[in-house]
Each structure stands twice: as C-alpha cells, then as structure tokens.
Design a protein around this ligand. Structure first.
Ligand SMILES: *Cc1c(COP(=O)(O)O)cnc(C)c1O
Length: 447
C-alpha cells in the first residue's frame, strides 16, 4: 500500500491535511502555507525519454498525490490542464543558451499552467457540493486572467479578481475584465500587496467563510505550485537526455512561486544545476540574499509589474525548505534589475538579434548577459514568463515595431471589459462579498 504524503503548515500550528484538503483550503488555518511533510525523491530513470509535458507531470506529481483521494485522477488532471507546450527553445545566436517558453497557454503567461491544474483539481474535489464556491485571486496582472480563464463558466464557482488599479498593463486590465458571468474583476485603489492582504484577511474570516465558502487561487495554493514543477522537470530531463548534464535556470521572480517550483525539482534530485533569480527594483529578496535580514516592505511599481512584490508570499516555503538562513543563501543567486536596464535589454536584443522579450523575461536576460560578460559558458535557460504582446505599451516603442498577438490573446481583446473600483481596505472586500454570499446561498441549496 502506498503511504500517503501529508501536508503541514509552514507555521506549524494547523492540523495535518491531505493534499486535497490543502488545495481546497489554499491558506492553512494558522495563516501559514501548506508544505509536504517531506519532498519526495525521483530519478531520471523514473521518466521515459521523449514523453509529453502531461506525462512528465503525472510521474513527477504522483508521490505528492500518493494516498490522496485525487490520486487515481492525476493522469486525467494532467492531461486536461497541460494541453499546451512549454518548449525549450535554443537561441541560435547565443551558444549554450535557451529560452524556456512558458507563454503558450490561453492567457499568454506561465500562470496558465497552475491555474488550469488547480481548476481541474477543484472541479473534481467539489463533486456534488451544491454550495457556490468563491475563489479569491489577488493579482499583480497575470494570475487573475489565468484563473479567470481556467474557471470561466464552470458551474458552482465564482471568481473574484483583485488587481491594483492602473498598475497593470492596458492589455492585462482588459483581459482581467473581459470574462463576465461568473468572473468579476475589482480594481483596488492600492498596490498588489494590499490585494494580497485583503484576500488573506477574507480567507481567515470565519464569519465570512461560514456564509459562503471561500478559497484562493494565488500562488499560495499548492494546486498552482506543484504543477509548475512539471515544466522544469520536463526541460531538465530533455536536456539531460540530450547532453548528459544539468540545466541551469534564470527565473524572473516576484512572489517566488515559479522559482520555488524550480528549487523543489532540484531538491527532488532531478538534473537542475544553478538557479539564479532575477527581480525588478523590488529588492526584498536581493537584500536578503546579500546577507541582510529578511525585511518585507511595500512594493514599488516597475515595468515588470507582475513582479512588483515587496513581501513575497512563498518565502515561507523557501525557509521551510532551507531552515538555516546561510544554507538558504547558498542555494540561490538573486539580482535586482532596474527599469532602465529592462528597457535597454529589450531594445538591444531586438536590434542585435531580433529577439523580443517581455519586461519580466528581460530581467533574466540581463542576469545572463552579465554572466556571459564574465566568461561564463554554462548551459543556461532563461525562463520566459509572458509573451511580449501582453506588454506592448512597454515593448513596442523600444523595438520600433508591432509585436504579433497570439490568437487566444487577440480573441480576449475583442471582448468588452469592465471592473468595479474598491478601496484598499480589508473591510471593503468583506462588505463587497457579504451581500453576495447571501445571494449565493439563497440561490443554491446548502449541504
Ligand atoms: C507572476 C509573474 C512573474 C512572477 O512569478 P512569481 O511566481 O510570482 O515569482 C513573473 N513574470 C510574469 C510574466 C508573471 O506573470
């Protein structure tokens, strides 16, 4: 019999949970984040050469699902969620350099992977629960659209998206407001960190939860974090099979969800070498990794807006993974890249090589450019987190031409969009949710 992998809170004072319970809850009751009791180990030989992303995901995530009630559904969940490629694309003009393209999903950013996987899990977990579930999402731009797309028109589920007003790109704002039906966008008069705090407060509000069940779909949910490990394992295994060496990664980072997925794959002993993180002008992580105390602070607005995070929520999970601060600092190299450099990188790479990067990806490109300038010749993959067409107002003036828009993004931009304004106060969200919770329970029988 398989031993079930159980899940604890990073803060240590919540009851242990199954994976399904942890995914349904989002945040643990003590305010911490769920982590497995240990990280499983796998070998290269556990995977078949040339397998699809969904197949890699199924093998990789099986130990995390062991003993859970969704365990038998895992292959179907992976097949349903991971329907688009995450190619590792070699850059011909730069030896030993590849781009791991994570932007081929419906909303053109890597968040589609986690959002679709979480949706596939939650749909199965709800079973015949007749109560309407409200999913709250705080977004710095891309998460909200990915979650909205993943849950749009799913029966029994509402999605409420909170985003910082005028801190997302015009196309991102359009995407967030274009769903209608069961997906509602709120323009919060504050920063991303306010949105995140408001969502956490609502999730921890027992009275509100009793009125109508709330869940989250932020990167704090394991249902988003775990599937993000799949593309790293898939790329690293392909590289290993081809060249017999580990792949090194540079990950644009904000809330640390994407980067933590890479770190966990390496902890599982799959062939990932160095992991460098590229941050924008928000220096909470770079400062810590340079030897200072961890000091969360308010985010500043940058061109790489999906990384405008001053209090990266997954830091708690990173700390759980490496409890000793010096050990943690030895695991990762972290750099801050300012807006001036982001602009310079986008313009120069387009001009010299015809390569067009989004502002987030450009931070990682800069970290690699610096390494190469010091003579580094390791195999590196730059992680491309979004398609440049999502940030055309930044990218197009810099490269002097239009960026082609992927088909699914073009279709969303055709639809009308709307979002309601909301004050950046915990009570404002509470007051917005309460009357709607009554409506939901009046319309639907409670079980
Ligand atoms: C969300 C996002 C990031 C940051 O990812 P985290 O998991 O929050 O670190 C980077 N780039 C883009 C395009 C994003 O949407």
């Amino acid at each position: 019999m398989t031993v079930a992998l159980r899940y604890h809170s990073t803060r240590g004072s919540s009851p242990v949970a199954t994976l399904s319970e942890a995914m349904a809850a989002g945040l643990a009751p003590d305010g911490g984040l769920y982590v497995p009791e240990h990280l499983p180990r796998l070998r290269v030989a556990d995977f078949r050469q040339g397998e699809t992303l969904a197949e890699t995901a199924t093998t990789l995530l099986a130990p995390f699902f062991a003993g859970d009630k969704l365990a038998n559904e895992l292959p179907a969940i992976c097949a349903e969620a991971l329907t688009f490629p995450t190619p590792l694309h070699a850059l011909p003009q730069h030896p030993n350099t590849s781009v791991l393209e994570l932007f081929h999903g419906p909303t053109a950013a890597f968040k589609d992977v986690g959002a679709r996987f979480l949706a596939a899990c939650l749909r199965r977990l709800r079973g015949d629960d007749a109560r309407r579930l409200t999913i709250l999402v705080a977004t710095s731009g891309d998460t909200g659209a990915a979650v909205g797309a993943a849950f749009h028109r799913q029966p029994g589920i509402n999605v409420v998206i909170l985003y910082p007003d005028s801190r997302v790109s015009p196309r991102q704002a359009h995407q967030l407001g274009c769903f209608g039906g069961n997906v509602q966008a709120l323009r919060v008069q504050g920063r991303f960190d306010d949105c995140q705090r408001m969502v956490k407060a609502a999730l921890n509000d027992t009275a509100l939860q009793t009125q109508s069940p709330l869940s989250s779909a932020n990167s704090i949910s394991l249902g988003r974090l775990l599937p993000q490990m799949s593309y790293y394992a898939h790329a690293a295994l392909a590289w290993w099979h081809q060249y017999g060496e580990a792949l090194n990664l540079i990950v644009p980072t904000g809330n640390l969800g994407n980067a933590l997925a890479a770190v966990w794959v390496r902890q599982m002993e799959l062939p990932i070498g160095l992991i460098h993180l590229a941050c924008n002008a928000n220096t909470t992580l770079p400062d810590f990794f340079n030897g200072n105390d961890y000091t969360p602070r308010q985010a500043v607005a940058t061109l790489a807006n999906a990384m405008d995070v001053g209090a990266p929520s997954n830091f708690e999970r990173l700390r759980w993974t490496f409890p000793d601060p010096d050990d943690l600092r030895a695991q990762l190299h972290v750099e801050s890249v300012d807006d001036r450099t982001i602009r310079e990188v986008i313009a120069r790479h387009a001009g010299e090589h015809g390569e067009v990067f989004c502002p987030h990806t450009a931070t990682a490109v800069h970290v690699l450019d610096k390494l190469r300038a010091t003579g580094d010749d390791l195999p590196w993959a730059i992680v491309a987190t979004a398609h440049p067409a999502k940030f055309e107002s930044v990218v197009e003036p810099l490269i002097g031409r239009a960026v082609d828009v992927p088909t699914s993004l073009a279709a969303m931009l055709q639809r009308p969009a709307e979002a309601e304004a909301l004050d950046a106060e915990d009570d404002a969200l509470r007051e917005w949710l309460l009357p709607r919770a009554d409506e939901g329970s009046a319309l639907l029988p409670t079980v």
